[in-house]
Design a protein around this ligand. Structure first.
Ligand code: ADP
Ligand code: MG
Length: 253
């Protein structure tokens, strides 16, 4: 199967008046359609920089990043971005927040509105259509933020520590919730996290980065029995602690 995305020997440094900060060095990997990749690494190792490069917010200093459509020809990709803070606007209702991305990109057609409303229904937000963000729990807000992103029908979803602002218990259920939605819609996703248990529970591959400048230290493929089909279920399987220890050991080395 053709990849959705390839990174080929990508390096990046920040330049500030006080000097140069190399953030990433010689990073190469590719992402298959429908896969769930997690990127783990110490704080400040360049994880968010990597997502900004993939999103096209900044350009690589060296190397190149390519996206492919089904015909294996490089193409522009639609990218959905989800951050730690849900960035919902309090003065808009949940429905109007969900339509915001469509409005600013001039795609707010009847068909897209129907898709948004269907997702609100499927993911338990229909009765909160006219509520404002402060009336929702942290988990529901993240679900609304995900629907807003999915309404744009992105080819690739980038998630930058989207659960790290939540308390531990909420984080477990929201991660379960969001990952299950992403998988059920067969989306390709890249999840950045510094929480190894989150990476092991959600991903089918973990890329482990070194300290700054981030380089790929190792890649671990994650496979669980078919029944372990959600992050919460995975946590109850013996493979969970085996993978956790393996990733932990590589990070510590
Ligand atoms: P992570 O997401 O893994 O915590 P980042 O990608 O945010 O790391 O940052 C990598 C390194 O680049 C850090 O050392 C950070 O201080 C530095 N950095 C990030 N953004 C900037 C910037 N805009 N200007 C200068 N240095 C930056
Ligand atoms: Mg970061």
């Amino acid at each position: 199967m053709n990849p959705v995305l390839t990174l080929d020997h990508v390096s990046y440094s920040y330049h500030t008046p006080s000097g140069e900060t190399p953030a990433l060095k010689d990073v190469s990997f590719s992402v298959r359609p429908g896969s769930f990749t997690s990127i783990a690494g110490p704080s400040g190792c360049g994880k968010s920089t990597l997502l900004s490069l993939i999103a096209g917010l900044i350009a690589p200093e060296k190397g190149c990043i390519r996206f492919y459509k089904s015909d294996a020809m490089p193409a522009a990709a639609r990218i959905g971005y989800m951050l730690q803070h849900d960035t919902l606007l309090e003065w808009r209702t949940i429905y109007k927040n969900i339509l915001l991305g469509l409005e600013v990109t001039h795609q707010c057609t009847e068909q897209k509105k129907r898709l948004a409303a269907d997702m609100m229904h499927d993911y338990g937000l229909a009765s909160f259509k006219n509520a404002h963000p402060s009336e929702l729990s942290g988990g529901m807000r993240q679900r609304a933020a995900l629907i807003r992103t999915l309404a744009l029908e992105p080819d690739l979803l980038l998630l930058d520590e989207p659960f790290s602002a939540l308390d531990y218990q909420t984080r477990l259920t929201v991660c379960d919730d969001i990952s299950t939605i992403i998988r059920s819609r067969k989306k390709t996703a890249i999840l950045i996290t510094h929480d190894l248990s989150e990476a092991v529970s959600a991903a089918d591959r973990i890329l482990i980065l070194t300290r700054r400048p981030g380089r790929i230290k190792d890649t671990i493929s994650i496979t669980f029995p078919k029944e372990a089909d959600s992050p919460l279920k995975r946590r109850n399987f013996p493979e969970f602690s085996v993978y956790f220890n393996e990733v932990w050991k590589i990070l510590k080395e």
